[in-house]
Design a protein around this ligand. Structure first.
Ligand SMILES: [Zn+2]
Length: 341
């Protein structure tokens, strides 16, 4: 069966309708909120986790979906109540490739199922209060390996990971996210387009298995002032590399604050014939790696994206908080979504 003949998930129509009516709000950073909890090594291990590893787990934020589920659900709930229509699961690094750093490859399925269920539970709680529909976006990160560049300067032909390694790892992740109830899959912080293509391919394989297709959001990262991804693509080239997936949105996140992201976003919005999503960091990090940009400042710049007709979905990446998301939601509430060609 052709991939585009596989039926859409039932929530897809509602999502598309809402996206035509208004600018949708994506949530903000999970990492910043977890950091604020000040958890130690023992907290990361928890007491009820059936997965064990000899590696230290502090910093393995995805593991908290199993070991501190109430805390993770609360963060999702706060973002939902701040105005997020779409909330990302705590699964950015929940692939066998990224979890290898923590010796937690065997936990990957559980991390993704639990990640999606926690987000779903938080959103259902928020919807019970205000009646607004909300969507769980299964977050799929880039992993810590790159398929099109060598990590060894003396051996440019070397690759630390292959397309098929990535395809299999992403497949396992997406299966778990679907089982846990994700409404969308968000392939994000893409610095190497070949990694993203492996993730897209894995999604198509899993959708074919499941007989149900989820909308995709695809979000690249511009890593330098020349306006290219790490694998060397301009925003236009990036769009043409992923357009075959017919995503719900294509967009940019992370690496830059809103003002530095603007010209690259404008180029992408010019090239793409699907909805556009932008979720910048809260400005650039200071000397200590922290983000100082306040909610109003971020919201003002994101609202400028909307006034210029560049965006359909907006939210925040590193350094953004529920207050940033509330300010962004308020700032774009009366602005029109970009018209999709
Ligand atoms: Zn970020």
């Amino acid at each position: 069966m052709q991939i585009f003949q596989i039926p859409d998930s039932p929530n897809t129509d509602l999502l598309n309708r809402l996206a035509r009516e208004r600018i949708l709000i994506l949530d903000g950073a999970m990492g910043t909120q977890i950091q604020a909890l000040g958890l130690g090594e023992e907290d990361f291990h928890g007491c009820a986790c059936r997965h064990h590893s000899d590696h230290p787990q502090k910093g393995n934020n995805d593991l908290l979906s199993l070991t501190q589920p109430a805390a993770v659900e609360e963060i999702h709930f706060r973002y939902a109540m701040a105005g997020a229509d779409i909330v990302e699961t705590n699964t950015f690094s929940a692939t066998t490739i990224a979890q290898a750093d923590y010796g937690m490859e065997a936990a990957v399925h559980d991390l993704n199922v639990a990640g999606a269920r926690l987000a779903r539970a938080a959103l259902d709680r928020a919807t019970a209060i205000d009646g607004r529909p909300r969507f769980v976006a299964g977050a799929v990160g880039p992993t810590n390996r790159t398929a099109s560049l060598s990590p060894d300067v003396n051996d440019p032909g070397y690759r630390a990971v292959t397309f098929d390694d990535l395809r299999r790892a992403y497949g396992a992740q997406v299966r778990g996210l679907m089982e846990g109830g994700a409404d969308l899959i968000l392939i994000e912080t893409i610095f190497d387009t070949l990694n993203a293509k492996a993730a897209i391919f894995a999604c198509m394989e899993v959708f074919a298995e499941a007989g149900r297709r989820l909308p995709l959001m695809i979000s690249g990262t511009i890593t330098d002032a020349s306006g290219r991804t790490l694998s060397g693509q301009t925003p236009t080239a990036f769009w043409h590399s992923v357009a075959h997936a017919r995503p719900f949105t294509v967009g940019l996140n992370c690496a830059l604050g809103a003002s530095a992201m603007r010209p690259h976003l404008a180029e992408l919005a010019q090239a793409a014939d699907v909805a556009v999503c932008a979720y910048p960091n809260a400005g650039l990090p200071n000397a200590f790696g922290q983000y100082d940009e306040g909610p109003e400042e971020t919201a003002r710049q994101v609202a400028d994206f909307a006034r210029e007709g560049l965006v359909n979905v907006v939210g925040g990446c590193c350094g953004t908080t529920p207050d940033h998301i509330r300010a962004i939601a308020e700032a774009v509430a009366d602005l029109c979504p970009r018209s999709v060609k």
